[in-house]
Design a protein around this ligand. Structure first.
Ligand code: F6P
Length: 343
């Protein structure tokens, strides 16, 4: 058995832990492993190299991905699937482990459906919105970064009696904003799942001042929907049809309006790609290790078209098709409402 492993989509901490686990479990099963570089691009362009124990030595605590990544969608490349089929034949690969979010995993599903190559998945995205898994690789590390940032922003907000708007990642869902905001003691959280107006936010900030709270921290997911102010989306899209959300400048827009409406001095911090860097947390190391091992087991037992998942504190597997049908996984509204208790 010769398997290929790739990481696709945005990077995040924990990818290397997952790659290491895939390679170690493959060696345990006496499978050969080829590392596919740059996500699906590497499979299109035959960028593969044999991996062994020494290829993954020392990578467990490293952020990023030693395989590199891309947002390449073979469906958008002319003759993309034929090219992939040719590379697979030439390199004699029997199955693929795709470590990625819903875009990357949708290509893995397509390869199964087209009978090009059996593929299995492992869910990673700091957005945490792949369905049928409670957690995705990278989320816990991203939330830890947000929490640390909020702890630091608290002291300066307090010292200057300011409003601090903190923009975090989260394209369609507010997992990072909600968990980060809860852990970091945010005074208002805005997420894509629940449209909330600037007016509403301002009224809340004014009430806080009346209560004697002369500083506030607002956490905003980059994909938030604002019914009362126009937000301009970027025109250019990636090959999966996503616009660049950092170009919406939603945090700055919110900060500007808050300052104008309330008169409270306001500053904006965009955490951006800091959330995707650095060493993975303990949770992500263990999660990535377990999911990587499980993905190889799925291949061993020919459970193609499945994704390793973490549900109810256990590692299990679900059909890629079911996971993708139910993605993006939205935050539970009860948890969002619970956060209001602490505003
Ligand atoms: O896909 C995860 C994500 O972190 C989103 O939250 C964010 O919008 C996007 O990646 C940004 O990715 P990049 O800057 O790498 O294109």
């Amino acid at each position: 058995m010769r398997i290929g492993v790739l990481t696709g989509g945005g990077d995040c901490p924990g990818l290397n832990a997952a790659i290491r686990a895939v390679v170690r479990k493959s060696i345990d099963y006496e499978f050969d492993v080829l590392g596919i570089q740059n996500g699906w691009l590497g499979l299109l362009e035959n960028q593969l190299y044999p991996m062994n124990l020494s290829s993954v030595s020392g990578i467990l605590p490293l952020g990023g991905t030693i395989l590199s990544t891309s947002r390449t969608n073979p469906a958008k490349v002319p003759g993309g699937f034929e090219k992939i089929a040719a590379v697979i034949k030439e390199r004699e690969i029997d199955a693929i482990v795709a470590i990625g979010g819903d875009d990357t995993l949708s290509v893995a599903l397509e390869l199964n459906k087209r009978n090009i190559i059996p593929a299995v998945g492992a869910p990673k995205t700091m957005d945490n919105d792949v369905a049928l898994t409670d957690y995705c690789i990278g989320f816990d590390s991203a939330v830890s970064t947000v929490t640390e940032a909020l702890d630091k922003l608290h002291t300066t907000a307090h010292a200057h009696h300011r409003v601090m708007v903190v923009e975090v990642m989260g394209r369609d869902t507010g997992w990072v904003a909600l968990y980060g905001g809860l852990a970091g003691g945010a005074d208002w959280i805005m997420i894509p799942e629940v449209p909330s107006t600037i007016q509403e936010s301002c009224q809340h900030l004014i009430k806080r001042r009346e209560r004697g709270k002369d500083f506030s921290i607002i956490v905003v997911a980059e994909g938030v929907v604002l019914p009362d102010i126009p937000v301009e989306d970027a025109k250019d899209m990636d090959s999966f049809g996503h616009v660049r959300l950092d170009k919406r400048n939603v945090g700055h827009l919110i900060g500007l309006h808050i300052e104008r409406i309330t008169g409270f001095e306001t500053r904006v911090t965009v955490l951006g790609h800091l959330q995707r860097g650095g060493p993975p947390t303990v949770f992500d190391r263990i999660l990535a290790t377990r999911l990587g091992v499980e993905a190889v087991k799925l291949i061993k037992y020919k459970r193609y078209g499945e994704m390793a998942a973490f549900r109810n504190n256990e590692i299990s597997a679900v059909k890629l098709e079911d996971a993708l049908k139910n993605s993006p996984k939205k935050v539970p509204i009860e948890l969002y409402q619970m956060a209001h208790l602490f505003y």
